[in-house]
Write a protein that binds this ligand. Sequence first.
Ligand code: NAI
Ligand code: CS2
Length: 488
Amino acid sequence: MDKNIVTATINARRPNWTTDRLTTRIVHIGCGAFHRAHQALYTHHVLEKTDSDWGYCEVNLMSKHGADLIKKLKQQSMLYTVAEKAETHTELKIIGSMKEAMHSLIDGVDAIIEKMASPSVSIVSLTITEKGYCVDPATGKLDKNNPLIQQDLATPNQPTSAIGYITAALKRRAERKLPPFTVLSCDNVRENGHVAREAVLGLAKLQHAELAEWIEANVTFPCAMVDRIAPAATAETLAEIAELLGVKDDCAIACEPFRQWVIEDNFVNGRPEWNCAGAQFVEDVVPFELMKLRMLNGSHSFLAYLGYLGGYAHIADTMANPDYRRAAQALMLDEQAPTLIMPEEVNLKAYANSLIDRFTNPSLKHQTWQIAMDGSQKLPQRLLDPIAWHIENQSSYRHLALGIAGWMRYVAGVDEQGKKIDVRDPLVDTFAAIYAKHGLAVSVVDDLLAIDAIFGIELPQNPHFVATIKLAYQQILDLGVRQAVAQL
Ligand code: NAI
Ligand code: CS2
């Protein structure tokens, strides 16, 4: 870090309360980077500003990395630091909204279900990544063949998926005649509340018809638009924070200063006054979700695939190339904005400009590789829905098409210099099999488009779409990605 230009607010203070003030009213599944930088921080600000007692029980399922974080949080009395990094200024906040933390490998599955079924719990919130919903990304319906769902059907009292945990906990609440909890998805999934509902109800229907009826009648699943760029913590960010803070905090997370949370006000059993911390409660959140998924996340994915292949490790590096910067802005304004119907007060041009500024923040170090992860789960809502809109409206979607072609080239698993790419995606084996058959040739396009979990049924049958994607892919092969972006 260059001490000459970066200033910091280093008078970060511990909260003037302890965990004794808090009641576990929210169980959060998926205590990763984003939850720590977003919902837990909003809840902390509510505690600062009101006499609220809403606290979290943090839950991680599955990974050993997630278990390590849970252990460390406990060692730190559930306190951790958020570093809000602007270009030349960092503000540190010590967050005190977490009361307790659990992991299936440490506490066992049953103890977590019991916690979710306990009377004080009013909300179960989620940041479990797109794939955590176990749905078909193209349709948003439960994927009954998902291995986790298959496992949950075989052993409903020992679930593995977050959806299985929610269903098991709701069953206990129904049996005990306890009030339901609200399920609040905070993932980048289009109509995330509706998808969470489809998944939970889909699984419940396969388990017990009565339980499904009880859920349908009692549980709510509000949609929410969530926004704050919170890259995965690295040794470098943790060292920077430790230097500013004066102590090492293994649970610290760095993020941008911007944050936004627009929530459908549909809670069945109470909620914190997140509006006191800047959240907006609205009746219909879907237009805000679509705006964010297409303008922000759509251009993020575009920059991630074409940026990684162009040799750029971070989003801010791609923005330093005028061709990429121009292409991202054109993608937002010419191809994403026209697909949106927003309330009058929303100015999409100003929104696009603010996104370009946020992407340019060089202190964030948001890796293109990280955003490129799980493309099979991200493309439908970010790039394919808007393409379907353009096809219907007979308008140009060449930037979107280059984004899809960039993803297709990326999942080849080898970059333009012949170096291996560590592709992370639930469908990675499918991509590898397709490339093993074709090699780096435009003929891969047909086989990739045939993956209906991503592309659905209709788009791949549209000859104009197929030809446009093939042309974009061939251009990448002929010119290289940087030149293909420059030619847009
Ligand atoms: P992360 O990798 O730090 O944390 C992901 C969490 O999800 C971990 O706790 C992990 O254990 C859990 N998880 C992963 N797969 C799961 C599964 N199949 N079932 C249950 N839990 C699972 O990722 P991060 O950065 O916290 O992002 C999580 C999600 O939050 C994203 O996928 C996105 O939907 C949303 N988000 C992230 C933002 C960011 O800038 N990091 C901003 C806006 C939304
Ligand atoms: C990113 C998002 O990782 C990704 O796919 O596009 O996590 C992005 O940083 C957030 O949605 C910003 O709110």
